[in-house]
Design a protein around this ligand. Structure first.
Ligand SMILES: Nc1nc2c(ncn2[C@@H]2O[C@H](COP(=O)(O)OP(=O)(O)OP(=O)(O)O)[C@@H](O)[C@H]2O)c(=O)[nH]1
Ligand SMILES: [Mg+2]
Length: 414
């Protein structure tokens, strides 16, 4: 039977041992765009060639494969420069797209809220602007394999000036959204914990599992085995049985080589992360390349300016591990959102890290320890205070980390 392909995917093997991973990830990104059958071509290079991304011999091979299998679409596994797109299109006379465009297109098809739609459109326009000439061919081609979901109108009808105007408008809209988000965040009195990590690592499932544990009537979020299931942040209040609570935030997942414009325009949504009191960095420890995924996530966190926020590494999906697994980081925990393994421990660890736990104590402080009374007034919550003959009797809730200071005065002095 003759083999049928929807597209050729072209990757550079940088000789870093990651080519299989990147190729598979690109195939997944293609699948999310309904491009299911891909013919893989790779070339070993130190860095992409300036003019055509790959060498001329490789381009001939691409051409030959395209003719043999009647393929109209070629997808490159890095972001192509505007001139590379133009050159390759002219040379191959095929529809040419790159990794960034695939990712942008998935975001565009998944965006549901107006904020996410504005963010994706902005990233798409910014990506398109310098590439108008090259892209016009790809986007105008009928019957190609790539079903581009543009930011609304037919891109061809929009000239550069119109796109620039649109970008300005979208940026202004985002600024507005940003201001109201910031006001909302400022008003929050609860501590916040953000779930952050690579796409498909299980952030949303963990959120749902914690909702199940502590909040049975709360609305769940979408958790699904697909890339970028979550595009908007969702907040849920988690309340412990002792009534202490915090806000849990589920955020959009990351992927390697995320288009720069996309990270930038999603800064508004991702602001929830920068304002968090604790970041839960979710890692899919069953993924053989989890270390690469940790690095990608940490780089985005750095770009967002989160280096001062405490991080707890949460190694999820441990139910899928065949062998023993030892996380490198000290501040880490192994869990399974699916089986519930260590979920309560996770909740308790969060509690310890962000909520200042307190104990109510009755103290009898001698008059010569006025310094302790001042300390109590300054740092703790005094419920009742009474001056006795030879001591001051205080009932107070005291932060556990300070308990040792008052230990000696817990008993009656009489
Ligand atoms: N076996 C197993 N599967 C899990 C676990 N946690 C999550 N999953 C599955 O992994 C897939 C992705 O889960 P999500 O919760 O959607 O992942 P996410 O990190 O929110 O992904 P994005 O929203 O795309 O960034 C789903 O099919 C989940 O059922 C786990 O502990 N064990
Ligand atoms: Mg999610």
């Amino acid at each position: 039977m003759e083999e049928i392909y929807d597209a050729i995917i072209v990757s550079i093997d940088y000789d870093d041992g990651l080519i299989d991973y990147y190729e598979k990830e690109l195939a997944n990104l293609c699948e999310a765009n309904d491009i299911n059958r891909v013919y893989k071509i790779r070339q070993k290079l130190d860095k992409p060639k300036v003019g055509y991304f790959v060498g001329m011999g490789k381009l001939d091979e691409i051409k030959m494969v395209a003719t043999t299998y009647d393929i109209n679409l070629v997808i490159f596994n890095d972001e192509l420069s505007p001139s590379q797109i133009r050159n390759i299109e002219n040379c191959l006379d095929l529809e040419v797209i790159d990794r960034s465009m695939l990712i942008l297109n998935i975001f565009a098809s998944r965006a549901k809220t107006s904020e996410a739609m504005i963010e994706v459109s902005l990233a798409q326009y910014k990506y398109m602007l310098p590439r108008l000439i090259g892209l016009s061919k790809s986007l105008s081609r009928q019957g190609g394999g790539f079903n581009a979901k543009g930011p609304g109108e037919t891109q061809l009808e929009l000239d550069r000036r119109k796109i620039e105007k649109r970008i300005n408008k979208l940026e202004a809209d985002l600024k507005q959204i940003n201001i109201s988000r910031q006001n909302r965040i400022k008003k929050r009195s609860d501590k916040t914990v953000a779930l952050v990590g690579y796409t498909n690592s299980g952030k949303s499932k963990i959120m749902n599992a914690l909702i199940d544990l502590y909040q049975d009537n709360k609305k769940k979020v979408l958790s699904k085995d697909m890339l970028f299931a979550t595009l908007t942040t969702s907040n849920r209040k988690i309340t412990f049985p002792d009534n202490q609570s915090f806000i849990l935030t589920d955020t959009v997942g990351f992927v390697s080589k995320l288009p720069h414009h996309l990270v930038n325009s999603f800064k508004s949504t991702l602001q929830e992360i920068t304002e968090a009191d604790l970041i839960l960095h979710i890692v899919d420890c069953a993924n053989p390349n989890y270390k690469l995924q940790i690095d990608v996530t940490n780089k985005v966190l750095e770009e967002l300016g989160c280096k001062d926020i405490p991080i707890l590494y949460v190694y999820n999906k441990c139910d899928l591990l065949d062998e023993q697994f030892f996380p490198e980081e000290e501040n880490s925990i192994m869990i399974s959102a699916k089986t519930g393994f260590n979920l309560k421990l996770l909740a308790m660890t969060i509690k310890k890290m962000i909520l200042n736990e307190v104990t109510t104590l009755e103290l009898f402080i001698p008059y010569d320890r006025g310094d302790l009374v001042s300390k109590l007034k300054e740092n703790e919550n005094i419920i009742r205070m009474e001056y006795l003959d030879n001591s001051i009797n205080v009932l107070a809730t005291i932060k556990n980390k300070n308990l040792h200071i008052y230990e000696a005065y817990k008993k009656s002095l009489d």
